[in-house]
Design a protein around this ligand. Structure first.
Ligand code: Q9C
Ligand code: ZN
Length: 347
C-alpha cells in the first residue's frame, strides 16, 4: 500500500467551531493526523510519500471555478477587512435559504462565506487553502497510483481537513475540497469506466452524493447515522437513489444512533454486495473512524479491533482501492483505528 501524507495539513488549524450554542475548540485538529502518522511509524503498512502538486484543471473536474477562487483568496480578504482578523478565524453566519436567488454573487465577504458554505462549524483559517489543496494532491496521487494495468493495488491519502461533506461549490462539516470525489473522478479520467465510492464515515457523505447524484458511472454508497437525528441532517435518507441517468446509482444505509459492529457490518456486507453488482473497475473508500465507540461527537459503537475486520471486508471486494481520510475525533485512538483498517486490508 502506497501512502501519500499531506505535508501541509497542520496549516489548517481552526480555533473554534459553533457547537450546541457556543463556540468550542475545534474537533478537527492537526493532532488527529499526527496520531495516525505516529501509529504508522510503529506499524508501517507501506512507504509514505509527499504528493506532486495538483493542477487547477483537475480540481475543476469536481469543484466550481468561482468556489475555488473564493477558497484561495478568502483569508487575504478576511484580513484586509480588518488587520485584527488575522488573530481570528472566518466563520459564516448567514446563508441563502430556499428560494433566495444565487445567480448574483454578493461582493460582501460575509455573504460570500454563507453562499459557499452550509454550517458554522467549519472555520476558514490562514492555511486552509494550502492544506486543502495539498490534501487534494494526496487523493489525486493515490488515484494515479492505482490506475492502469500496472497500478499498485491500493493507496491511501492521509490528509486533513477531510473532504466528504464538500460539494461542487460549498464547504461544511470540516471539509473544503472533496478528496474522495476528486479521486473517483481522477480514476474515471484515467480510464476506469465505472468507479464506486463507499463512505464509512459516521456522517452521511452529502458532498459526494450531491456531486455524483445524476451520474451512472460513479456509484455512491454511504453507511451513516440516520440524518433524522445526526449531522448533516438534510440528506442521507434511504429513499435517495439518484436522479435521471443516475437513478439507482446512489445508496444510503442510515443506521440508528447506538448501532454496534454486528449490525454495522451487516450494512457493510450489503454495501459491498451492491458494489460487486455494479462491477466497478476501482473503489474509493471515504474512511472516517468516527464510528468508534469513544468518538465525542458520534454515536456508533465500533471497537478498535473491529477496524481490522473492516479492512479485511474492504479487501474482499478485490478492487484497486483508494482510501481518503475523513472523520474521527477520539484523537488518541484515531491512529490505532486507522492503521487497523489499513493492516486488515493488507492481510
Ligand atoms: N455546527 C466529518 O466527520 N458537527 N465531519 C456539527 C455544526 C459537524 C463531521 C457542527 C460534524 C462534521 C468529516
Ligand atoms: Zn464524520
Amino acid at each position: 500500500m502506497l501512502i501519500f501524507a499531506n505535508p501541509h495539513h497542520a496549516q489548517h488549524e481552526g480555533r473554534q467551531e459553533m457547537f450546541r450554542g457556543r463556540l468550542v475548540p475545534c474537533h478537527e485538529t492537526p493532532s488527529r493526523l499526527e496520531h495516525v502518522m505516529a501509529e504508522l511509524a510503529r506499524r508501517p503498512v507501506g512507504p509514505v510519500q509527499d504528493p506532486p502538486p495538483v493542477e487547477r484543471a483537475v480540481l475543476e473536474r469536481v469543484h466550481a471555478p468561482r468556489y475555488l477562487d473564493f477558497l484561495r483568496t478568502a483569508w487575504e480578504e478576511w484580513v484586509a477587512l480588518d488587520p485584527a482578523n488575522a488573530a481570528l478565524d472566518a466563520l459564516p453566519s448567514t446563508w441563502p435559504v430556499r428560494g433566495f436567488r444565487h445567480d448574483i454573487e454578493p461582493s460582501n465577504f460575509a455573504a460570500r462565506m454563507g453562499l459557499y458554505s452550509y454550517d458554522a462549524g467549519t472555520p476558514l483559517t490562514a492555511g486552509t487553502w494550502v492544506a486543502a489543496e495539498a490534501g487534494a494532491a494526496c487523493a489525486l496521487a493515490a488515484a494515479q497510483a492505482v490506475s492502469g494495468s500496472r497500478g499498485t493495488r491500493s493507496a491511501t491519502a492521509l490528509t486533513r481537513p477531510p473532504g466528504h461533506h464538500a460539494g461542487f461549490d460549498f464547504f461544511g462539516g470540516y471539509c473544503f475540497l472533496n478528496n474522495a470525489a476528486l479521486a473517483a473522478q481522477a480514476l474515471r479520467d484515467a480510464g476506469a469506466g465505472r468507479v464506486a465510492v463507499l463512505d464509512v464515515d459516521y456522517h452521511h457523505g452529502n458532498g459526494t452524493q450531491s456531486l455524483f447524484y445524476g451520474r451512472p458511472d460513479v456509484l455512491t454508497v454511504s453507511i451513516h447515522g440516520d440524518p433524522r437525528t445526526e449531522y448533516p441532517f438534510f440528506l442521507g435518507h434511504a429513499d435517495e437513489r439518484g436522479k435521471g441517468e443516475g437513478l439507482g446509482f446512489n445508496l444510503n444505509l442510515p443506521l440508528p444512533a447506538g448501532t454496534g459492529f454486528g449490525e454495522w457490518r451487516a450494512a457493510l456486507q450489503f454495501a459491498l454486495q451492491q458494489v460487486r453488482e455494479f462491477a466497478p473497475e476501482a473503489l474509493v473508500v471515504a474512511l472516517g473512524v468516527d464510528t468508534y465507540e469513544g468518538d465525542p461527537i458520534s454515536r456508533f459503537r465500533l471497537a478498535s479491533d473491529d477496524y481490522f475486520q473492516l479492512g479485511r471486508d474492504l479487501a474482499s471486494a478485490n478492487l484497486p482501492t483508494v482510501f481518503t481520510l475523513e472523520g474521527g475525533y477520539a484523537v488518541a485512538a484515531m491512529g490505532v483505528n486507522v492503521v487497523n483498517v489499513l493492516e486488515g486490508f493488507e492481510g
